[in-house]
Design a protein around this ligand. Structure first.
Ligand code: G6P
Length: 587
């Protein structure tokens, strides 16, 4: 949520590096963007609403500059308009910020009493002004930053330029992620490594309350006592790939087409490592905690683990879990699932478990992200970088990993032939063109319902989320048997109802529910691995039948592609849906 990039170096391409970096971070927020750069010993600021391409039009990327900070915003305080875009400048300081300053109102009151005035509605401008206010007393940048840490509350990653020291770029963080990357005669700050991977793969992770002072050829990290800290220099393993859509119209479609490989890589990596560092046998009580699609993957995991491993699993969204009363025992394992590894609520849930001395296992896609680093155990999904805000391949990778975990917890096995076959079946399902036909029939609807029972209901949750996040059609996932207890009143002539039927023993039950909505005028679309009589639906998408442990890897494909085709017909901005961000680092 919000992306930060900063550059200090001798190579004179600060604007270019920062803008390219922001383009790589645009998935973190895209309602406005801005940059501050040093030219002729003066700091210039450019801001624009909307995408980074709008900002880019106002800039000369070839301008010779050697210090810059940039920001792509997901609005928290203040609507998305130019004045609220970062960087913010007050007195001697210019800053970019990712996070939320919780006590900004009381700080604002104090600043107003001290004659500060404000242009924006943001908490960031207050933090910037407060830093300037402290600096007027301290007259030392590091001491001022140290004091700022003691005063501001909330989450933050800051990139900071001070008028009085244009030879250095400063940074500090608490909760929101920030890395410092090391180049040749130049150094960088960024919200994550891929932003600057074109230039370097060497980086330092800034921990909470650490301050970085960055010059062309030197990086010094201080703790909150202002003592120098020795930091490990990490190497980012993945290669730099320019994020292009290739032959595809959207990243989402490209990423759906990468799902067969994602499945294969993730399952093979799991089967090789086989959770060997974890004594899984000891856990008799599992909690799965996550947000959004990752939570939906967790719901599928619950069905699989309970059914095949006979272990009790409690699932909860992280924003609830972090505050609710939780029942732990000495054999509890808390599993956190997160693509980004930075989601603030999931991170807080992880910390809650750790505070209660409970073992934690994270299922994460981004290497060495905060959740990965703070968990007792971590297993990585192998989805590679995912650009589309609506997740597809990373979700499928999470399902795959939960299958591998279930194999380890139970007596179930799968063989190489099954892996090859599933990969082939996923590929064939992606190639089907039924989805456009279905999309054409439903894209004008105001409400769309997804119904299913058991594991199919968990998949309905994800199908419904996918549809609403990218097509803006109101959509609800319902347990098929529960619909008649109220919600059925919303079914009108032609309301689309998408029913998933893959669990053999529940198929007849769900068919009865389809009949109930059909009798009230619904347009019914069935996704099933069984033969269903043709008077029991209006449309059908047949999917292959496979082992129950693996079935959901096939069921999800039509759901993702129906959402995609509907959004395309509605001319929506598929890869960057309104109001969303891919990495949600605020509460
Ligand atoms: C955001 C994204 C969702 C994602 C959720 C959890 O809301 O838009 O697509 O599922 O965060 O993200 P995580 O990175 O923790 O999987």
């Amino acid at each position: 949520m919000c992306g930060i990039v900063g550059y200090k170096g001798k190579n004179n391409n600060a604007i270019k590096v920062v803008i390219e970096g922001l383009e790589n971070l645009e998935y973190r927020g895209y309602d406005s963007a801005g940059i501050a750069y040093l030219k002729d010993n003066k700091i210039y600021i450019e801001k624009e609403t909307g995408r980074i391409k709008n900002l880019k039009e106002n800039l000369n990327l070839k301008e010779k500059t050697n210090l810059a900070i940039g920001h792509t915003r997901w609005a928290t305080h203040g609507i998305p308009k130019k004045i609220n875009a970062h960087p913010h400048q007050v007195g001697k300081f210019t800053i970019v910020h990712n996070g939320i300053i919780e006590n900004y109102l009381s700080l604002k009151e104090e600043l107003i009493k001290n004659n500060y005035t404000f242009k924006s509605d943001t908490d960031t401008e207050i933090a910037c002004a407060y830093l300037d206010y402290i600096y007027k007393q301290e007259k030392d940048i590091l001491k001022s930053l140290q004091k700022l840490i003691k005063i501001i509350k909330g989450s933050y990653a800051f990139g900071i330029i001070c008028e009085d020291d244009k030879d250095n770029l400063y940074a500090l963080r608490s909760s929101s992620p920030l890395i410092i990357a090391l180049g040749k005669n130049e150094n960088y700050i960024a919200s994550d490594v891929p932003a600057i991977l074109k230039y370097t793969n060497k980086y330092i992770i800034l921990e909470n309350y650490e301050i970085a002072k960055i010059s062309n050829d030197n990086i010094t990290i201080y703790n909150k006592e202002l003592q120098e800290v020795n930091k490990t220099i990490n190497t980012y393993e993945e290669k730099y790939e320019s994020n292009t859509k290739g032959q595809y119209e959207h990243f989402m479609l490209k990423e759906i087409n990468e799902e067969p490989d994602t499945f294969e890589k993730t399952i093979n990596s799991c089967l090789q490592n086989n959770f060997k560092d974890i004594n899984l046998k000891k856990y008799t009580n599992i909690h799965i905690v996550a947000c959004g699609s990752a939570y939906h993957a967790g719901l599928v995991g619950k069905y699989l683990i309970e059914k095949f491993a006979n272990i009790k699993v409690y699932t909860q969204v992280a924003s609830e879990y972090r505050y609710e009363k939780t029942f732990y025992d000495k054999n509890t394992l808390v599993i956190l699932i997160s693509q980004s590894g930075e989601t603030a609520d999931t991170l807080a849930a992880l910390r809650k478990a750790k505070d209660n001395k409970i073992d934690t296992l994270s299922i994460v896609n981004v290497f060495k992200s905060s959740i990965a680093r703070e968990s007792k155990y971590v297993v990585y999904t192998k989805a590679g970088s995912e650009i589309a805000v609506a997740t597809t391949k990373a979700y499928l990778a999470q399902l795959t990993l939960l299958i591998a975990l279930t194999l380890n917890l139970s007596k179930k096995t799968i063989n190489k032939e099954q892996i090859t076959k599933i990969k082939e079946q996923i590929t064939n399902l992606i190639k089907k063109d039924d989805y456009k036909t279905i999309a054409n029939k439903i894209y004008k609807a105001k409400n769309i319902f997804f119904i299913g029972r058991g594991i199919d209901y968990a998949l309905c949750m994800e199908g419904s989320l996918k549809l609403k996040e990218i097509s803006y059609i109101n959509s609800v996932a319902y347990q098929a048997g529960e619909l008649k207890h109220g919600t059925i009143s919303l079914i009108e002539e032609n309301t689309p109802v998408i029913a998933i039927l893959t669990e053999e023993k529940l198929i007849e039950k769900t068919i009865s529910n389809i009949k109930e909505v059909k009798a009230r005028g619904a347009h019914t679309i069935v996704i099933s691995n069984e033969e269903i009589k043709n008077d029991e639906y209006d449309e059908i998408i047949k999917i292959p039948k496979t082992d129950e442990l693996l079935q959901q890897l096939l069921t999800i494909i039509p759901l993702q592609l129906i959402a995609y085709e509907v959004a395309k017909l509605k001319n929506c901005d598929i890869d960057k849906p309104r109001n969303l961000a891919k990495s949600v680092t605020v509460e």
